[in-house]
Design a protein around this ligand. Structure first.
Ligand code: PMP
Length: 427
């Protein structure tokens, strides 16, 4: 055997062994916990290719995909505009480590689409962007406490994961005030109690990390109102909703203007990205203008910028939002009708092209409701879909996403596959 062949054999495990090798060399066989499929059961999927609405595993099986890179690939997998942009980017150079035109262009596209944003700082992940936004808020207000909502996720930075992960000093929890999502009374009481100590309130304006939970009418406006009154900065974490629920994100959809916005996912066109955006007077706290330190070897990475520019230009040229709304509405209606026909109570929580199917008789308005839903039924549904070549998020605490690559036929296929799953589950 030639040296090259044996090298490639050892680097590319055989089809049968890749899962075993993943278990050996990666923690739990994955690089991000939800990929282990532990909430629904079954082996982790090993994917080798993705195009449009489909992904292919290492056995060569094709799946219709509604995970969509956890919402990042809003146009679907590998759209030609992104592939072309990346090819041009590769020709120009993978990493400059200094300012380049594509990052200026991506910032301009975000500023033009999101009126609350005048300046942008790019970084490598949503996690990094959330913790930078909180640091900036603390510097601006001179306060330390942060109010977060149960079930919202803002990356795995220390403050924002206090009480939710091992390895975080007890002291961090003292800086965090947590209230249930959609609980106006609890929010008002917390602000009344801690108002002048709170640097910021951070919220997913449409929650996507306890499954999708929609903000009740008026609650975001109430949060805006009270935070302004107490001099607390309001941070919208639009890592999921930015450029997904519409070009101006959730803030445009609900007509509520935050002080700081965090972006990620869609704006990187499928490549690593995070960003903080705000009016210039707030962004000026960041180094080199101000005293809040943030830096990054990969901040404004040329390939992420190139892919992001390509996607945002495409969204401007051919906005998919109306079509996505129609597809998603048909999907929600089809799933609800089919579940009802089989006597399985579900709630479809949805805003535009992001949604979650909760197996629950009652509406899901917060994390307690989400946890009380039938996760065993979700697991059965997801597993039976996978067996029929359809992938939904392998956890009821994640969202299902439609993309510009999904067609009416894809939606009907998910409804039909669910019909078969509900039929089997109802027996
Ligand atoms: N905020 C929200 C709302 C998210 O959904 C996520 C990731 N799913 C993050 C922040 C963290 O982003 P990243 O995974 O890029 O660190």
């Amino acid at each position: 055997m030639s040296a090259v062949l044996s090298l490639s054999r050892s680097l590319i495990p055989g089809k049968e062994s890749v899962l075993e090798e993943a278990q050996r060399f990666l923690v739990g066989g994955v690089n991000s916990p939800v990929r282990a499929f532990r909430d629904v059961g079954g082996d982790p999927l090993v994917l080798v290719r993705a195009a449009g609405a489909e992904v292919v595993d290492h056995h060569g099986q094709t799946f219709l995909d509604f995970i969509a890179g956890w919402g990042a690939v809003v146009l679907g997998h590998n759209p030609p505009v992104v592939v072309e942009a990346l090819r041009r980017g590769l020709d120009q150079g993978v990493l400059f480590g200094l300012t380049h035109p594509a990052e200026v262009e991506l910032a301009r596209l975000i500023v033009e689409a999101v009126p609350s944003v005048e300046q942008v700082r790019f970084m490598a992940s949503g996690t990094e962007a959330c913790l930078t936004a909180v640091k900036l808020a603390r510097a601006h207000t001179g306060r330390t406490k942060v109010l977060i909502f149960e079930g919202c996720y803002h990356g795995h930075g220390e403050t924002l994961m206090a009480g939710r992960s091992a390895g975080i000093p007890q002291a961090a929890a003292q800086d965090v005030v947590q209230v249930p999502f959609n609980d106006r009374g609890a929010f008002e009481a917390a602000v009344e109690r801690y108002g002048r100590e709170l640097a910021c309130v951070i919220i997913e304006p449409v929650a996507a990390n306890m499954g999708v939970v929609v903000p009740e009418p008026g609650i975001l406006a109430r949060i805006r109102n009270l935070t302004s009154r107490y001099g607390i900065l309001l941070i919208f974490d639009e890592v999921v909703t930015g450029f997904r629920v519409g070009p101006g994100g959730a803030q445009a959809l609900f007509g509520v203007t935050p002080d700081l916005t965090v972006f990620g996912k869609v704006i990187g066109g499928g490549l690593p990205i995070g960003a903080v955006g705000a009016p210039k007077r707030l962004m000026q706290h960041l180094a080199p203008e101000g005293e809040v330190f943030h830096a990054g070897t990969f901040a404004g990475h040329p390939l992420s910028m190139a892919a992001g520019v390509a996607v945002l230009r495409e969204l401007n040229a051919r906005a998919p939002y109306e079509r996505l709304e129609q597809l998603a509405a048909r999907l929600a209606q089809g799933l609800a009708a089919s579940a009802q026909a089989h006597g399985i109570p579900i709630q479809v929580n949805r805003v535009g092209s992001m949604g979650t199917v909760f197996f629950s008789e009652t509406p899901v308005r917060n994390q307690a409701d989400a946890m009380a839903s039938r996760q065993d039924q979700f697991a059965q549904w997801a597993k039976r879909l996978r067996a029929q070549g359809v992938l939904v998020s392998p956890s009821p605490r994640e969202a299902l996403f439609l993309t510009g690559a999904h067609t009416d036929a894809h939606i009907e296929r998910l409804i039909h596959a669910s019909e078969a799953a509900f039929h089997a589950m109802g027996e």
